[in-house]
Design a protein around this ligand. Sequence first.
Ligand code: COA
Length: 246
Amino acid sequence: MNFETHKKILKLKYGNTLKYYTHLFGLWLKSLYHRPFRNVYTYGKENKISYCPEGLKIYIWGNGNVVEIDPTVTYFQGQISIGEAESPTDNCTVKIGANSSAAGIAISLREDNSSVTIGKDCMFSWNIALWCTDFHTIYSEETKECLNLGKTIEIGDHVWIGNGVYVLKNTAIADYSVVGAGTLVSKKFTEPHVIIAGTPSQIVKRGINWSRDTPSNYLKKNSLSFQRKTPVSSIPPMASKQQATR
Ligand SMILES: CC(C)(COP(=O)(O)OP(=O)(O)OC[C@H]1O[C@@H](n2cnc3c(N)ncnc32)[C@H](O)[C@@H]1OP(=O)(O)O)[C@@H](O)C(=O)NCCC(=O)NCCS
């Protein structure tokens, strides 16, 4: 049905009433912003969204932003927000790799040219915040220079992030790592196969990997005993601090 036919039908339905004009006004308002997918709201120009799985909401205020989600990502609950009405944000990138999943995540970007990258097969629990911004400015009293600009969050492949974790701006978590429940990540962890935990976050175990199975199922599948064959190395907290770099 073309727009003219639609208009005629509406006129017949509503007559020349206020209701009819209100409806037309609503249609016009809707056409002001482009919604390539359900649950995607973009206000601005040249924003590209490759795909949005059910359960995820994407809000963009600004121009030239890119959200690239691999089509194999089916369970990713939460929201991605780039910019806001009062401060549109340009040229940001969010990438989510193949087979990654999330039970409840909020990814926020508010700085131009900033990016959040999530690798393949990552698993996010619920109540998780990835903030590639502090939302407000801290500056040098003397020079007025901004001291807390958000640039990147980089999460490698096969990373498991536990419940209630905050990942702040300018941070990294390397491949095959786990972040313990309630941890606040505020540094770059570049060593793979580690468990990061606590506030301030630090490496609490090395040489690990993880599986989506429950421990019980994992043991059944692999016919292992409950006893550890290879002890994983625990390291004292002070030594682990040196592994994290800003
Ligand atoms: C990270 C986790 C998986 C590690 O389990 P684990 O390998 O059995 O680790 P351990 O219990 O041996 O702990 C190792 C050390 O890290 C500390 N630690 C573990 N998890 C921690 C956390 N979340 N915060 C702070 N410290 C933590 C332990 O106290 C211990 O310290 P110590 O060596 O000084 O005694 C687990 O502690 C965790 O956080 N579980 C919750 C996972 C989750 O959120 N699941 C939700 C569904 S996705």
